[in-house]
Design a protein around this ligand. Structure first.
Ligand code: B16
Ligand code: MG
Length: 216
């Protein structure tokens, strides 16, 4: 039986993927860097540092530690400006309703996000009180696809992996949840999400019954 559902944040509960991308593009442009759409998808679910490694890996020249630190700091600055202006309107349609339905069915709720801004975002969306546990980028050493963020959430929730479902939008996140031994629902489309147990077009297309049936 499913006893807990652990949600990824960016791209599942809130539509912040575009904000991340714009912030990266602005910070990179200041250093004369550009990166194409083939990189965009790869950044989903990776920590800030891992995202930078992917972006710089697509460039021809090497970057000093100072340059790297400066890009990371500028990206955070731009992203924080978006976060400060976030409201409940930045929630993805259907997300809050689904969270409340899971809660009403007596299941625990968690967040497992790579983002160091996760707590602030949950406050901006007025969702923090709904969650029993929030594990974010401040509490983990390894980026998704490593299972660390999900394993930590399961420990804190006190449930075993086969009693929990992860809801993810990124290939790295699906891999992390499966490596943690959990059931996984992917939100989105494409071959990249093929490792999930169930794939839905959007969170609005995910029914609480289908989600909880995964553990039966
Ligand atoms: P920050 P998730 C991830 O969040 C994003 O998908 C990813 O694009 C971002 O780089 C990462 O958080 C780190 O975010 O710069 O705010 O620490 O999808 O795991 O909720
Ligand atoms: Mg995500």
């Amino acid at each position: 039986m499913v006893r807990a559902v652990v949600f990824d944040l960016d791209g599942v509960i809130t539509d912040s993927t575009g904000y991340h991308l714009l912030s990266w593009q602005q910070a990179a442009a200041e250093k004369g860097l550009e990166f194409g759409p083939e990189i965009h998808e790869q950044l989903k679910g990776l920590t800030r540092q891992a995202s930078l490694d992917v972006i710089l890996g697509s460039q021809k020249r090497q970057f000093s530690d100072e340059e790297k630190a400066s890009i990371l700091q500028r990206k955070q600055q731009y992203y924080q400006e978006f976060v400060e202006r976030m409201t409940v309107r930045d929630m993805l349609p259907g997300a809050e309703q689904l969270l409340r339905q899971i809660k009403a069915r007596g299941r625990k709720l968690g967040v497992a996000s790579a983002s160091k801004n996760a707590s602030l975002i949950l406050e901006r969306l007025s969702l923090r009180p709904l969650f029993d546990v929030v594990v974010d980028g401040n509490q983990i050493a390894k980026s998704k696809p490593d299972p660390e963020v999900y394993s930590k959430a399961l420990d804190l929730l006190g449930v075993r992996p086969f009693e929990a479902v992860a809801v993810e939008d990124a290939a790295a996140g699906v891999a992390a949840a499966k490596a943690a031994g959990m059931w996984c629902v992917a939100v989105g489309s494409g071959e990249r999400l093929a490792g999930a147990d169930l794939i839905v077009k959007s969170i609005a297309h995910l029914s609480v019954d289908d989600l909880l049936a995964l553990g039966d």
